[in-house]
Write a protein that binds this ligand. Structure first.
Ligand code: HEM
Length: 183
């Protein structure tokens, strides 16, 4: 998967320009302080699902580690820099989840929680004329994030199937493991 190349395609398709990058950067001061709060709500949401809760608690200290990685991820949404290295980090996020066996169907609803909390904060913290440009830029970057993550799932699945795994979940996990080891 050419993550940097795909990022450029996705920017074109979503109409994400440097102006949107600057809007997101400008929102950083407002949004990064709520990163930990969003992380708490996010893992609380995941923990209410039996299957996801089992994954979260399968390894001691995992949830605590996840708060830190989630906060870093959330802050990066508002960094203003969306380059090849950023695309590679998003590819890795998809692969890390695929390797654990978290199916791609979990990602969009989970991102919905991030959107719900973030949009509510934008709505209450910004002046009314500032809301639309902020939401527009935020929604574009979320679409790009999801597309990069989903594509990396596909990359893992394809590799796993080619390696001879017939069962989809097995192929996904094996493909993701091989790709992470190679990177
Ligand atoms: C919007 C969706 C999600 C985002 C943005 C996200 C973010 C992240 C990030 C940034 C990492 C660290 C990746 C790395 O090591 O490079 C991670 C790992 C992980 N995530 Fe997620 N995640 C999402 C959905 C989920 C879901 C639905 C689950 C279900 C339980 C989950 C459970 C985990 C687990 C178990 C790890 C590995 C933790 C470890 O290192 O042991 N995530 N996630």
């Amino acid at each position: 998967m050419d993550a940097p190349g795909l990022l450029e395609v996705l920017k074109r398709r979503t109409g994400f320009t440097e102006a949107h990058a600057q809007v997101l950067k400008g929102l950083g001061g407002l949004m990064t302080p709520i990163a930990f709060e969003v992380a708490l709500a996010f893992y609380d949401y995941l923990g209410r699902d039996e299957e996801m809760a089992a994954i979260l608690h399968a390894v001691p200290g995992r949830v605590e580690r996840l708060y830190a990685t989630f906060v870093r991820w959330y802050e990066e949404l508002f960094s203003g820099t969306y380059d090849g290295a950023y695309a590679e980090r998003r590819r890795r996020i998809g692969l890390v989840h695929a390797r654990i066996g978290i199916g791609p169907q979990h990602m969009i609803p989970a991102m919905g929680i991030v959107q719900e909390l973030s949009l509510e904060h934008l709505r209450t913290a910004l002046r009314s004329f500032e809301v639309f440009p902020a939401v527009e830029a935020f929604e574009k970057i979320v679409a790009i994030e999801l597309a990069l993550i989903e594509e990396s799932y596909l990359e893992a699945l394809e590799l796993g199937l080619r390696a001879g795994h017939r069962e989809v979940r097995e192929a996904l996990v094996a493909g993701a493991r091989a790709l992470l080891e190679a990177s």
